[in-house]
Design a protein around this ligand. Structure first.
Ligand SMILES: [Zn+2]
Length: 285
């Protein structure tokens, strides 16, 4: 694997935030180290070509999976992807199903999210001076529809064409973790009508929105959450097992979604102008 800190082949048009299972078999992967005004991302970017398109892969938890969900530097991750040119981001993630019909192996492409995290920096525009001296303005972005409609459509249509009957829409509730939910929390989440529960979907989506990136979540159900399960509750082993059984399938769908996404120059969606004329106060990547 080549290593680089610059050059044209270190640009990418699409970003994928997921595990090493998504890029490790590509022939030519360039490892690119990126620093950001928010510190280091979870790992290097691994840039490779998928059907003629340059894609930057970022292991969300680090290549050794050493970062728990609440310790991930989400701001650095999205900034790093944007800084190499990515304007569309796919965020595959493992989630728990809150309803019996969303059992293990379900692929759900959410259209809504609920934030129940507690400690995460979730904005670039917090008015606080950065280490480089730049001071962002306080800015409020519209987030009524947190996901890119074009990316969502591509993900659902592609998965179905690949014989995976993806669930089109649903609400992803994001909890702080790293523990799984109690039965009471899980029953409450389900009673709200929410679909799946995860630990990383927020603030990934909102940070992408602040940077004007298209963001699409592809949620793989690895277990039934405590309230929907009659057994002893979620275990990490169970999650890993179902994830491993589906990682190849997920990778195939992701690569087909990459093929289906529009050219960055032809993007025409709600994600593109999040600031609506508000001045950011900082130079955006
Ligand atoms: Zn979009």
């Amino acid at each position: 694997m080549a290593q680089s800190n610059g050059g044209t082949q270190t640009r990418a048009e699409i970003g994928v935030i997921g595990g090493s299972g998504f890029y490790s078999f590509l022939d030519d992967v360039m490892e690119v180290t990126v620093d950001t005004p928010y510190g280091a991302p979870s790992d290097s970017l691994f840039i490779g070509e998928v059907s003629g398109r340059q894609v930057a892969f970022l292991p969300r938890h680090g290549r050794k999976h050493h970062l728990p969900p609440h310790k991930i530097n989400y701001r650095a991750n999205l900034w790093a992807l944007a800084s190499v040119g990515a304007r569309q981001v796919l965020g595959p993630c493992a989630v728990g199903g809150l309803r019996a019909e969303h059992g293990p192996g379900t692929l759900l492409v959410p259209d809504q999210l609920v934030d129940r995290t507690k400690s995460r920096a979730q904005s670039y525009f917090d008015g606080e001076a950065r280490s480089d001296g730049q001071v962002p303005n306080v800015v409020h972005v519209t987030f009524a529809d947190p996901y890119c409609p074009v990316g969502r459509h591509a993900a659902v249509a592609t998965a179905r064409a690949d014989d995976w009957e993806a669930v089109d829409g649903g609400t992803l509730v994001v909890v702080e973790g790293p523990r799984f939910s109690t039965r009471a929390e899980s029953l409450w989440h389900a009673a709200q009508g929410w679909s799946v529960v995860g630990m990383t979907g927020h603030p990934e989506a909102v940070l992408a929105r602040e940077l004007g990136l298209c963001y699409t979540s592809l949620a793989l159900v690895t277990d039934l959450d405590a309230g929907a399960d009659t057994g002893e509750g979620v275990s990490h082993e169970e999650v890993l097992e179902v994830f491993a059984a589906n990682v190849g399938r997920m990778r195939d769908v992701l690569f087909d979604v990459v093929r289906a996404l529009p050219d960055n120059r032809e993007r025409d969606c709600l994600c593109m102008n999040p600031l609506g004329g508000q001045e950011p106060g900082i130079a955006l990547p």
